[in-house]
Design a protein around this ligand. Structure first.
Ligand code: ACM
Length: 550
C-alpha cells in the first residue's frame, strides 16, 4: 500500500512537473546595440522533472540550477554546522532545527566550527564575504550528504533557511505534536543563487483602528518571514486609538489607547512589550517601522490632552471610520514639544533607522501650514537619528535627501513623486490588502477598486513613477488597514494569497516574474497554509492544490 502510494506520488509529481516545467530557452542572440545586455540578463530558471519541490519556491529565487546528482537525505546523524559561534547565526541555526524536528522527527545537533569532511551528513551555515554581492543574498548547494549555505550576513543565511523550509514537506508546518511514521525526508540536488531585488519588502499592520495584541503581531511576523518580507510597519496611532506607551505623556496610552473602531476596548503596547516585539521581529530579520500619523488622523491624541487642541478643549474619543477631520494645532509651541518627546521615546526603543510620521489626508490645514509642519517634523525625526517616512502627500514639502515618500494614492502627482529622494511603493489599487478581492468579499473596503490576486501581482515598481530618480525606489509595501478587520483570522484572509504576491515583486527580478508561473507556485502554497492554520482566500482564479508531491 505504502509503495503504491509512493509510486502514484512519483508519477503524479512527474506529470505535474513535466506539464509545468518551462521550455528551456533557446539561446538568444545579443542585441546589436547592447552587447552587454545578454551577459547581464537574468538566467532562466530550470525545474527538473524529478524535483517538484523546486517548482513551489516563492518568491522565485534569482537562479535555480537543478543538479543531476543524488538528493540529500536527512538521517538521525544529520548535523548542523554553524561556521561561527555568533548569536545571529546560532539563532538562524535554531530556527532551522525547529523546522527539521517537525519535518523528520529528529532534533539535529548544532555545532560551531569548520565543516567536517565527508561522509558526515551535514548542513553547513557559513558567513562568507564573497558568497553574494548582496547583503541579504545567499548561495545554497544541496548535494548528496551535504547542504552548504553561504551568505555575507546572518540575514542571507535566514533567507536560505526559508528556502530550505519551502523544500521540506508541507506537514512540517504543523506545530501540534503529531504521531507519524518515521518519514524519509529528502531535498533535491540543486544550486540556488539568490538575492532580493529591493531592500524594502514590507507590510503594514494598522493596529490603531483595531488593536492587535503582542501575540497576534508575533504571529503575523511568523507568517511574513516565510516569504522573506523584512519590514513591518506598525500604524501605531490614528483617530480611533493610540497604541504605544509614552512615559512623558501617559494619557496617550491610558485614554487614547482605550478605544477602537466599533467601540471595542482597544489596547496599547507598554514600552517593554514594544521592545519585545522589536526583538522578536529582529530574530526574523524584520525591521519594525513605527508610525505616528500626524498632523491629521490625530483624534486619539487630541482627546487625551486638551492642551494640544487650538481651542484648549479635548474632543470625545472617536470610533467611526471617517477621515480628515482631525489635525494637530500646528501653530502651538507645545505641539512641537509633544512631537519631540514622542519621537525621542519611540526612537530610543526602535533600533531600525526609520520613523514614519504619516502626513496623509489632512483636510483642515492650509497648504502652507501643512508644508511647514512636514519640514519641521522631518528635522525633529532627523535630530533623533532616524529617517522620516511619510505618505505621498509629504512630497509637496522640501524633503531631506534621507526622507522616504510612501506612494499610496493612485492619483497622486507623478511629477511630485518623481522629485522624491526615495520612493516606497504601496499603490492602493495594487498593494492595499484591505481592498476587497472581488464583489463577493465581505471584509475590506473598495474605494480603490477590487484588488484581485493578479492585480496585486502583475505590476512593475519601476514603471509606476515615470521620471523617478535612478535608484529612488527602495521597495514595495503591502498595507493592511483594519477598519473592517477585527482579528488575525480577518488579517490572514486579506493578506493570503496577496501578500506573497507583493513579496515576490519585492524579491524577484522583474524579467523572471510571470503571472503564469506565479499561479502555479502560489497554488502549491495551499497545503502549507493549511498546515499553518492560515485562513486564506481560495481565490477562484487559482487551482489550489490539496497536497504537494515531495
Ligand atoms: C492612507 O491610506 N490614508 C495612507
Amino acid at each position: 500500500m505504502t509503495q503504491r502510494y509512493c509510486l502514484t506520488c512519483l508519477s503524479l509529481a512527474l506529470a505535474l512537473s513535466c506539464a509545468r516545467a518551462p521550455k528551456p530557452r533557446a539561446p538568444q542572440p545579443a542585441p546589436a546595440t547592447s552587447p552587454r545586455a545578454a551577459e547581464n540578463a537574468p538566467r532562466s530558471v530550470s525545474h527538473q522533472p524529478s524535483s517538484p519541490q523546486l517548482a513551489r519556491l516563492l518568491p522565485l529565487p534569482q537562479r535555480v540550477e537543478a543538479a543531476a546528482g543524488e538528493r540529500f537525505t536527512f538521517t538521525p546523524q544529520t548535523t548542523i554546522v554553524a561556521g561561527e559561534n555568533q548569536p545571529l547565526v546560532m539563532n538562524v541555526a535554531a530556527q532551522l532545527v525547529a523546522f527539521l524536528r517537525r519535518a523528520t522527527g529528529v532534533v539535529p545537533p548544532v555545532v560551531a566550527g569548520p565543516e567536517p569532511a565527508p561522509p558526515a551528513n551535514v548542513i553547513a551555515l557559513t558567513i562568507d564575504a564573497n558568497a553574494s554581492t548582496s547583503e541579504e543574498g545567499y548561495d545554497l548547494t544541496i548535494a548528496s550528504g551535504r547542504v552548504t549555505v553561504r551568505a555575507r550576513t546572518p540575514a542571507g543565511l535566514f533567507y536560505a533557511v526559508q528556502t530550505i523550509r519551502q523544500l521540506l514537506p508541507d506537514s512540517a508546518e504543523y506545530t501540534a505534536l503529531m504521531f507519524r511514521e518515521p518519514p524519509v525526508v529528502t531535498l533535491p540536488a540543486v544550486h540556488i543563487v539568490d538575492a532580493p531585488r529591493y531592500a524594502w519588502r514590507g507590510t503594514m499592520l494598522d493596529v490603531a483602528r483595531h488593536f492587535f495584541s503582542v501575540d497576534e503581531v508575533k504571529h503575523y511576523i511568523d507568517l511574513i518571514a516565510l516569504y522573506k518580507i523584512n519590514r513591518l510597519h506598525l500604524h501605531l496611532a490614528d483617530d480611533q486609538g493610540w497604541r504605544i506607551e509614552i512615559k512623558s505623556w501617559p494619557e496617550l496610552a491610558r485614554r487614547g489607547g482605550a478605544s477602537e473602531v466599533g467601540g471595542g476596548p482597544g489596547g496599547y503596547y507598554t514600552q517593554e512589550q514594544y521592545a519585545d516585539l522589536v526583538q522578536y521581529a529582529a530574530s526574523h530579520f524584520v525591521t519594525i517601522v513605527p508610525e505616528i500619523d500626524m498632523p491629521g488622523h490625530t483624534n486619539a491624541l487630541l482627546s487625551s490632552y486638551a492642551d494640544l487642541n487650538c481651542n484648549g478643549t479635548a474632543p470625545a474619543t472617536y470610533t467611526g471610520t471617517e477621515v480628515g477631520f482631525s489635525a494637530l494645532c500646528v501653530d502651538l509651541d507645545v505641539t512641537y514639544k509633544f512631537i519631540d518627546d514622542i519621537v525621542r521615546e519611540i526612537a530610543a526603543l526602535t533600533p531600525g533607522p526609520y520613523f514614519h510620521a504619516g502626513g496623509d489626508e489632512v483636510k483642515t490645514l492650509t497648504p502652507d501650514q501643512y508644508r511647514r509642519f512636514v519640514e519641521r517634523v522631518q528635522t525633529i525625526v532627523q535630530s533623533h537619528g532616524k529617517q522620516m517616512v511619510g505618505w505621498d502627500e509629504v512630497s509637496v514639502a522640501t524633503l531631506l535627501e534621507t526622507s522616504i515618500v510612501q506612494h499610496w494614492r493612485p492619483d497622486a502627482s507623478k511629477q511630485l513623486l518623481a522629485g522624491s529622494p526615495h520612493l516606497l511603493l504601496s499603490p492602493a489599487d495594487r498593494a492595499y490588502l484591505d481592498m476587497k478581492y472581488d464583489d463577493s468579499t465581505l471584509l475590506g473596503l473598495n474605494w480603490a477598486g477590487n484588488v484581485s490576486l493578479q492585480k496585486a501581482y502583475d505590476w512593475d515598481p519601476e514603471a509606476l513613477v515615470p521620471g523617478a530618480r535612478a535608484g529612488a525606489v527602495v521597495g514595495v509595501e503591502a498595507p493592511v488597514w483594519s477598519e473592517t478587520l477585527t482579528n488575525m483570522r480577518d488579517v490572514e484572509f486579506m493578506a493570503f494569497p496577496r501578500l506573497p504576491a507583493v513579496a515576490e515583486i519585492g524579491w524577484t527580478p522583474q524579467a523572471q516574474r510571470s503571472w503564469n508561473t506565479f499561479k502555479e507556485r502560489v497554488a502549491a502554497q495551499a497545503p502549507r497554509w493549511t498546515a499553518l492554520g492560515i485562513n486564506f482566500y481560495r481565490t477562484p482564479d487559482i487551482q489550489w492544490r490539496e497536497s504537494n508531491p515531495q
